[in-house]
Design a protein around this ligand. Structure first.
Ligand code: ADP
Length: 309
């Protein structure tokens, strides 16, 4: 479905050149929900923008369903963190959701129906005639998600989508995302700096190093589905995965295999390889580090962790 091949992105030139993403390669299978986590400023947004066709890589390729991405592909949806800038305040919620569908051949009535259906999916039927500024932050972000869904995207890209809402709303939106994925099987790539979120929502977590962003590890999250904010996070396996991702994000060595859970309610089948396969850590401290949504399709669990070279 999605292949990112040796993607490098440099900002600026000469002495001012800044290597943001260095030689990143990974794939996302159809229906998979992959999360990308890394320290602030490591190049997560840069990577996502290159994948979305919003930015040209300095070298390397992005291939979506066999086609080289050179501009924003049809039926690709992006949800950004800043819902206040991605929704048009002078349009109603229904109009905001239906807006990108104007690029399609559908008649106005059909566009409005698709918008209503997407709003129903995110629990906002009653909000359709209201304006974004009449809604809470969490509701506005639901509108942004509904707008992405209305396009029936083959690939949904999310850049820190829940970063601007309170903790409770964030959990609700994470669960909404998981529900949408379960119901619609949309292939999703979610960028976050929140380690819990990366593990809770992901089928697989891709960990980036601090700047320049390089892929340090890919970790399969074999936690049971459906996930639940309380019972999933109570699992020993969740704590272990969380700790493992945390170590990797912080540039620390991975835990010895002996310290990992290996029964269910755990990592599932104890097929996780020795951590020696993980790219050797770069023990650097975490350095410090932000457009409207632009638009226009069951994970294949793999046991264990896929180390990166
Ligand atoms: P993240 O999303 O992980 O916080 P970004 O992709 O936003 O990281 O940025 C990666 C690095 O590239 C950072 O060091 C940032 O300062 C730098 N950067 C981002 N955008 C630009 C730009 N337009 N010009 C120069 N440097 C940039």
């Amino acid at each position: 479905m999605l292949k990112v091949i040796d993607l490098t992105r440099v900002y600026g030139q000469g002495a001012a050149a800044h290597l943001a993403i260095d030689n990143a390669s990974f794939t996302v299978a159809e229906g998979e929900l992959v999360t990308i986590v890394g320290p602030s400023g490591c190049g997560k947004s840069t990577l996502l923008r290159c994948i979305a066709g919003l930015m040209t890589p300095t070298s390397g390729q992005v291939v979506l369903n066999g086609n080289l991405v050179t501009q924003v592909p049809d039926r690709l949806a992006v949800v950004f963190q800043d819902y206040s800038r991605s929704l048009f305040p002078w349009l109603t919620v229904r109009e905001n959701v239906a807006l990108p569908l104007r690029r399609t051949q559908r008649k106005r009535h059909a566009r409005n129906q698709a918008a209503e259906s997407a709003l129903a999916a995110v629990g906002l039927t009653d909000a359709a005639p209201r304006y974004p500024w009449q809604l809470s932050g969490g509701m506005q972000q639901r509108v942004a998600i509904a707008r992405a869904l209305a396009c029936e995207p083959v690939l949904l890209l999310m850049d820190e989508p829940f970063g601007s809402v309170d903790a409770q709303t964030r959990e609700d939106l994470e669960d909404l995302l998981l529900l949408m994925r379960a119901e619609r099987g949309i292939t999703t790539l979610l960028v976050t700096h929140d380690i819990d979120e990366s593990v809770y929502t992901g089928d697989r977590v891709i960990v980036l190093t601090s700047t320049p962003g390089r892929i340090r590890a890919e970790i399969t999250v074999d936690l049971p589905q459906p996930r639940d904010q309380i019972s999933t996070k109570e699992l020993r396996a969740f704590s272990h995965l969380r700790a493992e991702v945390s170590r990797l994000v912080r540039g620390q060595p991975a835990a010895p295999a002996s310290q990992r859970a290996d029964e269910h309610g755990s990592f599932g089948p104890s097929a996780r390889p020795e951590p020696s396969g993980i790219v050797s850590p770069t023990p650097t401290p975490t350095p410090p580090s932000g457009a409207p949504s632009r638009t226009c399709s069951p994970p294949s669990p793999r046991p264990g962790q896929r180390p990166r070279a």
